[in-house]
Design a protein around this ligand. Structure first.
Ligand SMILES: [Fe+2]
Ligand SMILES: [Fe+2]
Length: 197
C-alpha cells in the first residue's frame, strides 16, 4: 500500500482494517453514499447562495454542487446496475457530530465542508485500496469511479479551505487548527459501519 497524503493535515488516520468493515455490506455502503452526495450538493448550493456578495466564490460553489449532483446521479446508477435499492437515509453521525460543535456561522460551514471532503477522500482511498479484494466491487469500472471520486473530493477540500482563508484570513487558519482536533475526536469516537463515515 502506498502512502496517502490527505488534502488537509487530518489528525486521525483511519486504520486500513476499516475498509473491510465498510465493504461488508456494499449495498448499504453505496446507499448511504448516495445520501452523502445529495447532502454535499445541497450544502454547496446553500453556501453558493450565502456567498453571493463574492461572485467568484458563489460560482465556485455552484460548480462544486454540480460535481456532487453528478456523483449522486452516478451512485444511484451504480445502485441500479447492481440491482440494489436506495435505502432510507439513516443520518450521518459524523456530520451531525461536527455540526453540534459549529458556532462561527459561515466560517465554520466552510471549514466543515473542507474537513468532510478531506475525510471522505481518505476513506475513499482506503476503499479503493481494499476494493480489489471484494467479489462484487473489485471491478475495474467501480475502482475507476472510486479513484475519480477521491480526486474530486480532494479538490473540494482544498476549495472550501481556500474560500475560508480568502474570506476570513488568519482567523480561518486558527479556527481550522481548532477544527482539526475536533474532527479527529469526532471521527475516532464513531463505530465502523457500512458507510464512508
Ligand atoms: Fe462527491
Ligand atoms: Fe465533494
Amino acid at each position: 500500500m502506498t502512502d496517502f497524503v490527505p488534502p488537509l493535515p487530518l489528525r486521525y488516520t483511519t486504520p486500513a482494517g476499516w475498509a473491510a468493515v465498510a465493504l461488508a455490506e456494499p449495498a448499504a455502503l453505496l446507499s448511504d453514499h448516495a445520501h452523502c452526495e445529495k447532502k454535499a450538493a445541497l450544502n454547496a448550493l446553500n453556501l453558493s447562495l450565502a456567498l453571493t456578495d463574492s461572485p467568484r466564490a458563489s460560482v465556485l460553489l455552484a460548480r462544486l454542487a454540480e460535481d456532487e449532483l453528478n456523483h449522486f446521479r452516478r451512485v444511484l446508477e451504480a445502485l441500479q446496475a447492481f440491482g440494489w435499492p436506495l435505502r432510507p437515509d439513516g443520518g450521518n453521525a459524523y456530520a451531525q457530530g461536527l455540526h453540534k460543535l459549529a458556532a462561527k456561522g459561515l466560517l465554520d460551514r466552510l471549514l466543515m465542508g473542507a474537513l468532510i471532503e478531506a475525510r471522505s477522500c481518505e476513506r475513499l482511498w482506503l476503499l479503493e485500496q481494499a476494493g480489489t479484494a471484494h467479489p462484487e466491487l473489485g471491478t475495474a469500472p467501480w475502482l475507476a469511479f472510486l479513484l475519480e471520486l477521491e480526486r474530486c473530493e480532494a479538490g473540494h477540500a482544498v476549495g472550501y479551505r481556500s474560500l475560508a482563508l480568502e474570506r476570513f484570513g488568519p482567523e480561518a487558519e486558527a479556527r481550522l487548527d481548532w477544527w482539526l482536533d475536533r474532527e479527529a475526536e469526532v471521527i475516532a469516537a464513531l463505530p465502523w459501519t457500512s458507510a464512508v463515515h
